[in-house]
Ligand binder design. Structure first.
Ligand code: FES
Length: 98
């Protein structure tokens, strides 16, 4: 099911918190591409929106591990991947599939 989460495109390079069905997620626009993922580091329970973007990855503020925005792949072999969600723009509004 696609759910509207934002009324407009996020600013390039920003991490925007959204909540859908009680899930804490973030949406970001990176190099013109939209991404959505769970707003929780798979390492410890901290928001990834406290971190920053680095290339096509989001970097956690606590220990610096990073996760691919497209695939969720972790930079560390022994750390789980980040959960990602399909996201799309329609009439300038942002929808994610949950
Ligand atoms: S809590 Fe995110 S890298 Fe450790």
């Amino acid at each position: 099911m696609w759910v509207k989460v934002l009324e407009s495109m996020p600013k390039e390079g920003t991490l925007v918190e959204v909540t859908v069905n009680g899930k804490d997620l973030f949406v970001t626009l990176n190099n013109g591409h939209l991404y959505c993922a769970e707003n929780r580091c798979p390492h410890e329970d901290i928001k990834l929106t406290l971190g920053c973007l680095k290339g096509n990855r989001v970097k956690c503020s606590l220990h610096g591990y990073s996760f691919d925005l497209e695939t969720g792949d972790s930079s560390e072999e022994d750390i789980e991947h980040m959960l990602t969600y399909p996201v799309k723009q329609k009439n300038n509004e942002i929808y994610i599939e949950v």
